[in-house]
Design a binder for this molecule. Structure first.
Ligand SMILES: C[S@@+](CC[C@H](N)C(=O)[O-])C[C@H]1O[C@@H](n2cnc3c(N)ncnc32)[C@H](O)[C@@H]1O
Length: 277
């Protein structure tokens, strides 16, 4: 018999997911969920959806299975130099402003958070941009903290090995300079890998989230689209608190930080809007 997920089962399950991760799945996603759920049920040996939900609620004490389920449901689409215009605004405007201000104060420490980093293309892109844009980068202490809820994707990110699809938007000269090609794969060079630290972080885990603060730039692009208004506001309020005065936030191009938290200030650059504290 083909596997079917009833509406009330879908609601119970997505409610558990929402409480754990803050991600809200709408009913139109029922087939997407059903396909992945069927695999997870086979893996743990649950015969019915209700058995599986009971397992998540009562016997999955260390949260292993909930994590496996989340790993299979998160959408990890990403690539190097995604949203080029926004990155150009970062590289040519915001980064320069912050670097100039900090250097004038004798503060040569730069901290960037790539929140919802997926397989690592975004934080490594930021590493490349810093190498290119900061003339005296050797005199700076730079840390790029990259976090995600999906442990499987974080393992991939730490390896830093990509297929050609991921690097399609990397300018040719950067591809030659920051990657090594081997057996058809692109390996991110060690110099860039050393700039990035990958951590597991569930943005809905408020206690752990609180520890992430003291950043000059926060990137959280194409992540909050899966959140409902309440969780989205909570996370963006945290980002405000976690930024230094004068620090910048970059959300996905369809997401406006000021609409979520009006305290952010807006600045027009040559071809983009940027938001800062
Ligand atoms: C579409 S990718 C975005 C990757 C990258 N920021 C970009 O724009 O190319 C979304 C990422 O958000 C992560 N994510 C979703 N919900 C999360 C949560 N509650 N906490 C942390 N990461 C989450 C997913 O695992 C996924 O890797």
């Amino acid at each position: 018999m083909p596997f079917e997920l009833e509406i009330d089962e879908f609601e119970r399950l997505t409610d558990l997911i929402y409480r754990k991760a803050g991600i809200r799945f709408e009913q139109k996603k029922i087939y997407y969920i059903a396909k992945r759920l069927e695999k997870r049920m086979a893996e743990v040996g649950s015969e019915t959806v209700m058995d599986y939900i009971r397992h998540l609620k009562f016997t999955d004490r260390d949260g292993r299975e909930m994590q496996e389920l989340l790993n299979s449901l998160t959408i990890n689409e990403t690539y190097f130099f995604r949203d080029f215009n926004q990155l150009q605004a970062f590289a040519e405007d915001s980064l320069d402003t912050v670097v100039t201000q900090k250097a004038a104060r004798g503060d040569r420490c730069l901290r960037i958070w790539s929140s919802g980093c997926s397989s690592g293309e975004e934080p490594y892109t930021l590493g490349i941009i810093l190498q290119e844009m900061i003339d005296d980068i050797k005199r700076w202490e730079v840390e790029i903290v990259a976090t995600d809820i999906d442990e499987v994707i974080l393992d991939k990110a730490r390896k830093g090995i990509y297929m050609s699809r991921s690097v399609k938007d990397v300018p040719k000269e950067y591809l030659a300079q920051y990657f090594t090609r081997s057996s058809g794969f692109y390996h991110v060079n060690q110099k860039i890998k050393d700039m990035v630290r990958f951590d597991y972080l569930n943005l809905n885990d408020r206690a752990v989230l609180r520890k992430y603060r003291g950043f000059d730039f926060i990137f959280c692009r194409n992540v909050l689209i899966y959140f409902d208004d309440v969780s989205r506001r909570r996370v963006v309020d945290h980002y405000y608190m976690a930024l230094h005065e004068g620090g910048y936030i970059f959300l996905g191009s369809a997401e406006s930080p000021t609409r979520i938290n009006p305290a952010f200030k807006l600045k027009k650059t040559a071809n983009h809007m940027v938001y800062y504290k």
